[in-house]
Write a protein that binds this ligand. Structure first.
Ligand SMILES: C[S@@+](CC[C@H](N)C(=O)[O-])C[C@H]1O[C@@H](n2cnc3c(N)ncnc32)[C@H](O)[C@@H]1O
Length: 275
């Protein structure tokens, strides 16, 4: 099964959002499992690698291997690790469906196999989770976190925001991906063979409300709407015109200026114990 096209692509507005991410703001579910400094971790779909490098700096005697199918983004991730002086990390161009694990840390070899905001972009998330399970040691964990777009919320109300959400979900579903996967990660894990009693399921939110947070969140969505791969997919699929997208970008700019603006992004997260 192929991974399918990555909906956002790697435009600067997309990478700006990924590069903000840290273990603390994006993987709180993983923190209790990082207390062994010699862990071997696999980061699947690492993007520009800020979470990856943060993980590596928390396990100085361990190793983080990180894969992403985009050679460009892997280059950026390597550069980020070098800038941070973090050396116990290896970035590889790789796809979870066709990856030959590195010698020594191959099948059944990782303590933690982690994917952040990746399964929502795959046409076969169950197949990916099965691959991740195979790569995890007995006694280790598979950790997944993804957003649920249907649970996105904001204040104040704005019709344009409803239009954006409706369009985003339609474009994602049009390329056979599930933008609301965050609410059923535990169900996919059960389908992949994890007993319910071996799965911890939780929720954590990102909130954007201060002027700085609103500026960051709204301006990156305004840019993504009219400049990233999303724009092309929305137009190619016939779900939006250039004018619709310009209006949605304008909505984001208006939301950015609302002093009482507030945005909540709900993320589902699971820890699956491999026994
Ligand atoms: C939303 S980004 C998340 C990046 C990073 N995990 C983060 O949270 O900052 C999703 C990433 O998954 C990658 N991806 C897409 N298909 C993949 C596959 N089959 N195997 C591994 N990674 C994949 C994309 O290239 C993209 O960089």
């Amino acid at each position: 099964m192929s991974s399918g096209p990555y909906l956002h692509g790697h435009h600067a507005s997309v990478l700006r959002s990924h590069a903000w991410r840290t273990v603390e703001n994006s993987c709180p579910h993983l923190i209790p499992y990082l207390d062994n400094p010699s862990l071997k971790i696999l980061d699947v779909g690492c993007g520009p690698g800020t979470i990856t490098v943060d993980l590596a700096s928390r396990i100085p005697q361990g190793l983080v291997v990180a894969i992403d199918p985009s050679a460009d983004v892997i280059e950026k991730a390597r550069k980020h690790a070098a800038e941070k002086g973090v050396t116990n990390v290896r970035f590889e161009v790789g796809d979870i469906f066709h990856w030959n694990a590195l010698e020594g840390v191959g099948e059944g070899g990782f303590d933690v196999v982690h994917a952040h905001q990746v399964l929502q972009h795959l046409q076969d998330p169950l197949g990916a989770l099965r691959e991740m399970k195979k790569l995890t040691k007995v006694g280790g964990i598979v950790a997944i976190r993804d957003v649920d777009y249907s649970a996105m919320n904001w204040y104040p109300e704005h019709d344009g925001m409803r239009k954006w959400l409706h369009l985003y979900m339609a474009v994602a579903k049009g390329i056979k991906c599930d933008p609301n996967i965050g609410k059923r990660l535990h169900a996919i894990a059960m389908e992949a063979g994890f007993p319910r009693s071996d799965i911890e399921a939780s929720v954590a939110a990102w909130t954007f409300s201060t002027p700085e947070e609103r500026e960051w969140w709204c301006s990156l969505w305004a840019e993504r709407t009219v400049q990233s791969e999303f724009k092309h997919k929305a137009i190619e699929s016939g779900l939006a015109t250039e004018k619709d997208l310009q209006e949605i970008a304008q909505t984001w700019r208006e939301m950015e200026r609302k002093e009482d603006g507030w945005f909540a992004v709900i993320n589902g997260q699971v820890i699956c114990h491999v026994k």
